[in-house]
Design a protein around this ligand. Structure first.
Ligand SMILES: [Zn+2]
Length: 326
């Protein structure tokens, strides 16, 4: 990279770069992503094209911001700035969750997850969450913001990613916690397969759902952004959904590797009757994946079958191999 190109990156408007990283800039300020901030301590100087946090001391220019936020080296950050698309993957993708009603909705009969809504008002990603989402999964930060992913640690310091499920109107209906303290290690069976274990997360389950969670179809608010004639992708599980969104497609996810529940089937039928849209799916390259596709095709007759290359087991794989190739 020559000096001129480098200068171009240094001259990229700092607030625009912050927005590409998923930060929400208002009046030259944003919530600082480098500490658990609730008061918009990060300031931008448009004149000097720099950022500075008055609480934790983080500061620098556009390249520093990308390096620090995405844990990237200088060269990687330059490449990210050159390659990352300017238009958000979820165009017009700003939305606020609906205010929760304090009374549980009658159809649930019991306590829902309304009390969790406040955790997603100011999503905050700890180091483990950023490593998982940006280093391992290479997601677009704007997708992470759109999905309002947040993180926390329990009393034993196990890091968790907290994933909210909203209905189409933006009401929180479910919460999924994913254990980030687990790392893949060779299976004790010695057959070359991997199991998940970890010093911090090992004694906790991989997923946790608070009582009252209804984690059915994921990312329903995206339906409100769908343009006439635009295809809607169906993925299996939220990880594939994030990859699909980061690849620039509109996507919803059905719960991973399970048979469809009655409620999800009903929801899909409603979506099919309300939207005159094409549905597309890359089934996982295995028997359950194909079975799921056939099951969905009965509900969505115009569901198109897309084929993953032979060396990719699911869309996340495909997205990552494509990302690495770029
Ligand atoms: Zn700070």
């Amino acid at each position: 990279m020559d000096r001129q190109e480098l200068q171009k990156l240094r001259d990229l408007p700092i607030e625009g770069v912050a927005e590409r990283l998923g930060l929400r800039v208002r009046m030259h300020k944003a919530l600082c992503p480098f500490h658990d901030d609730h008061h918009a301590s990060l300031s931008f100087s448009v004149r000097r094209n720099t950022f500075r946090c008055f609480v934790c001391g983080a500061s620098g220019g556009p390249i520093d911001l990308v390096m620090k936020y995405l844990n990237k080296t200088f060269l990687e950050a330059c490449r990210w700035l050159t390659d990352s698309p300017l238009t958000p993957p979820c165009e017009g993708g700003e939305w606020s969750p609906r205010q929760q009603l304090s009374t549980p909705s009658p159809h649930r009969g019991g306590q829902g997850v309304e009390s969790y809504a406040r955790y997603f008002e100011h999503p905050w990603l700890n180091d483990e969450a950023r490593h998982f989402l940006y280093d391992e999964r290479r997601l677009d930060p704007r997708v992470v913001r759109w999905c309002r992913l947040t993180s926390w640690k329990d009393k034993r310091q196990v890091p968790w990613l907290q994933i909210p499920y909203y209905d189409r109107e933006g009401r929180l209906v479910g919460v999924q916690n994913r254990n980030l303290g687990l790392t893949p290690i060779p299976s004790p069976k010695g057959d070359g397969s991997l199991t998940l274990q970890g010093e911090v997360g090992g004694s906790a389950p991989r997923f946790r759902f608070p009582q009252g969670s209804e984690c059915g179809i994921y990312n329903l608010p995206v339906l409100n952004l769908l343009q006439p004639g635009e295809a809607l992708y169906i993925t299996e599980g939220c990880s594939d959904c994030w990859a699909m969104l980061s690849a620039g497609h509109k996507a919803i996810a059905i719960p991973s590797a399970t048979l469809l529940k009655k409620r999800d089937v009903a929801q899909l039928s409603i979506i099919n009757s309300q939207l005159s849209t094409k549905f597309r799916m890359y089934p996982d390259r295995d028997e359950p994946g194909e079975r799921l596709f056939l099951q969905l095709q009965e509900l969505l007759p115009n569901l198109e079958h897309l084929q993953l290359p032979p060396d990719c087991k699911d869309f996340s794989d495909y997205y990552l191999s494509h990302k690495t190739a770029v």
